[in-house]
Design a protein around this ligand. Structure first.
Ligand SMILES: Nc1ncnc2c1ncn2[C@@H]1O[C@H](COP(=O)(O)OP(=O)(O)OP(=O)(O)O)[C@@H](O)[C@H]1O
Ligand SMILES: [Mg+2]
Length: 456
């Protein structure tokens, strides 16, 4: 009975003798392999360069020099460097065992002696093809996994010694379902950590939904979190799905959690404990499976002492706490971050700026960075815009202003100005989007787009 070769395996056969090529082709074809034959080392290279083979069966001697096997050995070396995963089986003349050994040393997977025994040749071929298919599949899977891993992960530059325990903790708790509280000053990268935790988890294919609990007016938080039904309040023109439901199966990121009013804290705590909630204006109980990640730049134990934050809620949120040190304590990361931001902004603004002059790096290292990584990002953004040549000069950094904190309008990026104006307008109109939009001269949808863009 004929047993077919492993799934449509394609074999390349090389020999300078036409009769050998012909009989091998016949043998392999009847065994269910796809066969291609060539007669010279150059033709072998050309074939391997133009398509993928599952195995190559090559003779060691070609016309120019029929006994030393040198041409075949050279060919073997070239094949190895061309495609290390292609299994090569060599054919040697009877009695030239030394040559076979040398070929194996150079990476041949096996050898057959001429005249060959059909059964042995076929068995070697099948074994090698199966092995290499498994190896190639494994390599491809690994590459895919690597790609997936780095695609989902936000860039988190953290090579400095103080960041090592942070990175290690993030890597350890990321895949778990534990609630994580991320603490640290303004712009230290809390959101980057939140995204990394989510991307590392089994929930990565589901959404991470962000609620900026600090940026919402008291009356809005509840319907933002839990949704509402039509008519629940004057503005409720239709049903609305809350962030808890949107995050079902995924992660809910509660940003600036310390700013949540006490009344809402109690509500949130009940929902976390019961695992169920109702939309505002509805009595129907709903469930959502969410992992909670929260962030704050406040000192929550102190907020608890001052009576502004519920201790029981804190204990629910901080199963694990990740603290981000200020940028001035991770100096080693400053040049890395600065170069990373430089590349990003150079691409974005299509400017050919490739690096910093030494004095600029020294200035970056000397700055206290009260606004942490975000401030560094903005300083580099401005510098890229100001740079005349292909390197950023110390004078492009305008660090004196940066040191005073980004508060003067002319020192802020356009996006920061817009974000600040929107935040202020929302505060002024107690979170009423229609009023704020009118005040800013924007349409409601225009304002919503920006709220989304700035995560407000
Ligand atoms: N380790 C890091 N590697 C690369 N980029 C970073 C890192 N940390 C922060 N950033 C970048 O710096 C900026 C600020 O980070 P992020 O928004 O995560 O800070 P934050 O702590 O949430 O700030 P805030 O307290 O103002 O909300 C973002 O553009 C972010 O991508
Ligand atoms: Mg943030």
């Amino acid at each position: 009975m004929r047993t077919p070769g492993p799934s449509l395996a394609r074999v390349l056969i090389a020999d300078d003798q036409p009769d050998i090529l012909e009989s091998l082709r016949l043998l392999l074809k009847t065994e269910g392999f796809a066969v291609e034959t060539v007669a010279s080392p150059a033709a072998v290279i050309a074939a391997v360069e133009s398509k993928d083979f599952d195995a190559a069966l090559i003779d060691l001697n070609y016309a120019r020099d029929t006994t030393s096997g040198q041409e075949g050995l050279d060919l073997l070396t070239r094949l190895r460097s061309l495609d290390g995963t292609l299994p090569v089986i060599v054919m040697t003349a009877w009695g030239s065992i030394g040559l076979a050994v040398e070929a194996m040393r150079r990476g041949a997977r096996d050898f057959v002696q001429k005249p060959w025994e059909n059964a042995r040749l076929l068995s070697i071929l099948r074994t090698q093809i199966e092995l290499s298919q498994a190896l190639r599949r494994g390599a491809r899977l690994e590459a895919e996994n690597r790609l997936l891993r780095s695609e989902g992960l936000p860039a988190m530059i953290a090579e400095s010694p103080v960041m090592q325990p942070v990175k290690e903790l993030v890597g350890r708790v990321g895949p778990s379902d534990a609630n994580v509280l991320i603490t640290g000053g303004h712009g230290t990268g809390k959101e980057v950590v939140a995204r990394t935790l989510h991307a590392l988890s089994a929930r990565a294919s589901k959404p991470m939904v962000t609620v900026n609990t600090g940026g919402l007016a008291e009356g809005v938080i509840e319907s933002e979190l839990f949704g509402h039904v039509k008519g629940a309040f004057t503005d409720a023109k239709g049903d609305r799905v809350g962030r808890f439901e949107l995050a079902d199966g995924g992660t809910l990121f509660l940003d600036e959690i310390a700013n949540m009013p006490l009344g809402q804290q109690a509500r949130l705590l009940r929902v976390i404990e019961a695992g169920e909630f109702e939309r505002v204006g509805s009595s129907k109980t709903r469930r959502a499976d969410v992992r909670l990640i929260s962030a704050t730049n406040a000192n929550l134990p102190e907020e608890v002492k001052a009576g502004r934050f519920r201790e029981d809620l804190l204990f629910r949120l901080n199963t694990v706490e990740v603290h981000l040190p200020p940028l001035r304590e991770r100096r080693e990361d400053i040049p890395l971050l600065a170069n990373y931001f430089l590349r990003q902004h150079a691409t974005r603004y299509q400017k050919r700026v490739v690096g910093f002059e030494d004095a600029a790096v020294r200035a970056l290292l000397a700055c206290p960075w009260p606004g942490n990584v975000r401030e560094l990002d903005h300083v580099v953004e401005r510098a890229v815009l100001l740079a005349q040549g292909d390197t950023v000069l110390a004078s492009d950094l305008s660090l004196r202003a940066a040191r005073e904190g980004i508060s003067r309008l002319e020192e802020m990026s356009l996006e920061d100005v817009e974000r600040t104006l929107i935040r202020k307008a929302l505060e002024r109109f107690a979170g009423n989007v229609s009023e704020a939009a009118k005040f800013l001269g924007l349409s409601r949808s225009g304002l919503y787009r920006r709220l989304q863009k700035y995560g407000l």
